[in-house]
Design a protein around this ligand. Sequence first.
Ligand code: BF8
Ligand code: SF4
Length: 630
Amino acid sequence: MGNFKLTSVEEFEAATNRLLETGAKVGADAWQLRVKNQTPHCKFGEQGVCCRICSMGPCRITPKAPRGICGCDVHGIVGRNFLRFTAGGSATHSDHGREICHTLHTVSPDGNYKVKDPEKLIRIAKEWGVETEGKDIYDLAHEMSELALLEYGKPFGTQRFLKRAPKHTQELWAKAEIEPRAIDREVATALHMTHMGCSSKPEALIRQSLRCGLSDGWGGSMCGTEFSDVMFGTPKPVDTEANLGVMKEDYVNIIVHGHDPSLSEMICDYCEDPEMIALAKSVGAKGINVAGVCCTSNEVAMRRGIPMAGNFLQQENVVLTGACEAIVVDVQCIFPALGPLSKCFHTKFITTSPIAQMPDSDFIQFNAETAGENAKLIVRTAVENFKNRKPELVHIPQLKQKATVGYSVEAIVKTLDKVTNSQVDETGTTKPLIECITSGVLRGAVAMVGCNNPRVRPDSAHIELMKKLIANDIIVVLSGCSAQAAARAGLMDKDAKELCGAGLKRVCELADIPPVLHMGSCVDISRMLILASELAKDSGLNISQLPLVGCAPEWMSEKAVSIGNYVVSTGIDTFLGVEPQVTGSSEVVGLLTDGIRDWVEAAYTVEKDIDKLGDLMIQRIEEKRAALGI
Ligand code: BF8
Ligand code: SF4
């Protein structure tokens, strides 16, 4: 076992506390303090029973006031709020996907963006019935970009990628009338349905919530993932490191944070530019160190091995080290707190997107057409800021772990195929994984995703659940901030196989993989949908029959609800550690935890006791095995 040791949540917290001491010295605010000011939370909001969609209200439902002024009951109000929450998440993921499709339109052999994975582009083009023979790859990229953008607004038909799902799943969607049409249409329909005086029937609202989620997972997010791979490369296993200790005291530290790889890829390129490195040396640094936070970190770690400084609730910590020259952000999950916080240090808080503009930031607009110049200016701004560091405030916690990341579906298939087949080819299947599962060497799989949330001791739910699952021979695939929690703890170190049950340990040894596999950012949960579909097709089972469940133990965002809806709608039971804001309606709760099973063969389970949540997942996996007689 060597010297392998996980980093504990207590060690994470000790490091944070030390950083908060620096924060206190400079008068910095922190989420830990703001949580105290916001607790206890508003009960009406928590239960989802407050309606603000017209100015006769707001109306709040209580036993004494069972209806809003328009007569809407609690089930209608909760259902509408849930659908609006979903629409927010679906729009956000899908708009990220749209940006990627626009970037694809700018690719050229000598431009800022190129086609790095032509085979993948050709594969998708063939899937979409586009002629590829004799076509210049860049012409094909532009044609595909336009077709993909049409998926957002086409007047007729449903999403092209739905055809990737098993036949049975497609039939369920058709029967339930939840096949997503144009991506933007599902968001617009959601807003229309929830306008004053439209739908108040929970069943209709939840049906649209599923459809709107599906337009994200099998539409916008899938476009985001697939065309990011085309431009930046399909991830393959790569070694990296994780936790705040990846920041380097004697280097210029640039933190990339947010989601869209179009920005971060370009920043990473310019951090390797000899001119920029020379500039860094001229200001007294040894070089330029770039590290990531949140999903941007997942993107650049998976494709380039860029180290991961932290996840969602670590974003203030990178500034609190006093060694962050610039935190460069694009969209989503960025605390507005970074503005005032950066002012307590020398850090430049650089916003780049018209979508995410914040006070107290330096706005350097980033465009695909001028990406090179923009990135260079950002890197230069950071490097020149090195001299403004206040040495007395610098403290980088010396915590970091090794991690192997980059398990796209293609990489998983290839890695496992190597174990069972001597002749490795590019057209592997998921059959080796299925054999491991049917033979019982692996009991099943869990897709663990999502955020941190101060309602749960940060990272502890992710890490404790992963430890429990792998000890029970359940392989875990990860994305988003869950993936970073694992990496920071050390669970993506191949030596973590020592924590597995005998079966999973053997698989890890044979395949040379860590027991938890990093599949990417949150839009990359679309990869998990494809993996589940391939497993179903290769095994001849329905997705809902596979011993596979989804889990978001510390989720917080609207995007997470959209994800939950498309994962469940794909036939995968989903387990949550934080309650959605729907508890005010027994009808909505009933639909989400049970009723929707009639439509999509899966439903939600909510359990705040994390140990019990783990037991429930294992129990569900074993039930699915028993039903299959394996
Ligand atoms: O999209 S896991 S906190 S960073 S929402 Fe955000 Fe949640 Fe992290 Fe990525 Ni996903
Ligand atoms: Fe109140 Fe109805 Fe207006 Fe909502 S739509 S705020 S319940 S009157």
